[in-house]
Design a protein around this ligand. Sequence first.
Ligand SMILES: Nc1ncnc2c1ncn2[C@@H]1O[C@H](COP(=O)(O)OP(=O)(O)OP(=O)(O)O)[C@@H](O)[C@H]1O
Ligand SMILES: [Mg+2]
Length: 365
Amino acid sequence: MISFRDVTKVFGSGTGAVCAVDSVTLDIQRGEIFSVIGYSGAGKSTLVRLVNALETVTSGQVVVDGQDITALGESELRQVRAGIGMVFQQFNLMKSRTVASNVAYPLKVARWSKERRKERVAELLEFVGLADKARAYPSQLSGGQKQRVGIARALATQPAILLADEATSALDPDTTQDVLALLKRVNQELGVTIVVITHEMDVVRSIADRVAVMEAGRVIEHGPVYDVFAAPRERATQRFISTTLRDRPSPDALERLRHRHPGRMITVAVRENDGRGVDVTAALREHGVAGSIVFGGITEIDERPFGSLTIEVDGDQAAVDALIADLRRSTDVQDLGTREQPLGDDPLASAHVGAARDVGAGGGP
Ligand SMILES: Nc1ncnc2c1ncn2[C@@H]1O[C@H](COP(=O)(O)OP(=O)(O)OP(=O)(O)O)[C@@H](O)[C@H]1O
Ligand SMILES: [Mg+2]
């Protein structure tokens, strides 16, 4: 549906030049929900703005639905843009117009008759669950309701593609889930291909089929969400994930942990491997090693387990070494050493201050 072919976008020139998108090659399939994540300034917004030609490429091609849009003139681009809806973080509603009038606006621009506009607006407001707010003004709506209006407006002309740039970033977690559920319906019931730009891993986890990770203008990694998150290949992806999941002790948290737990600590990645989970408890029992969970977090992606556990292990050194070797056959294990002989910080943990989610002492398997 959307194909980036060696796309580069440079803003400015000379010493002030910024390469916002750097040699990106990426395919987004028809009918999927594709997510682009990355830290601020990574180039996410610029990348999607190239899809509806709000920005023009410096080099490379952007092919939308079989058409190379980098070769099109302004009047042809208008056609392409009509097939692409966009929703924004700040909703961008017209304050002086009612909800119905906001939704009707793109139809007016597209010269739909008054009769058909009225019908379509009613249908759209019904779909987003705001039929009773047709005559309300944006100021009378909650953030979530405003974004529903934004989505209804973006869908008005029946686009095949919907671009959502941080569409839920201004919303609280519950409202975010409501809006994501609506986007999922848009995808499933209307067959719209959706590109979701976000810096929140939770958003990706909730709705995306595939994800691309951007850093400094480049797509450093992409693939099915579980594959990228459960076994990230790039350090930046690993850091990104642990920053959001906070399942691994940061250097600060590790220092506090060592204070309370002088023994050897290991961090075990919990994930599915060839359809099988990692049974840490069984491995401990098998090797006669006692373990106490001191830090961690496990969640689900795609109905599969994902996260990590930091465990203080207690047993003779040979047994612990054998345990680690055994676990490493099915997952990643970070040996953190002991208080006396630390093996450094967990390189996968974020240095983010306050990222600690300490589960305290005791209560181990
Ligand atoms: N119109 C512009 N002129 C000059 N530089 C720009 C322009 N738009 C973006 N940039 C620069 O390009 C880089 C990428 O910006 P972009 O907005 O695409 O990042 P982003 O990943 O969307 O970030 P955020 O998460 O903060 O929205 C940044 O360094 C930014 O300063
Ligand atoms: Mg942005």
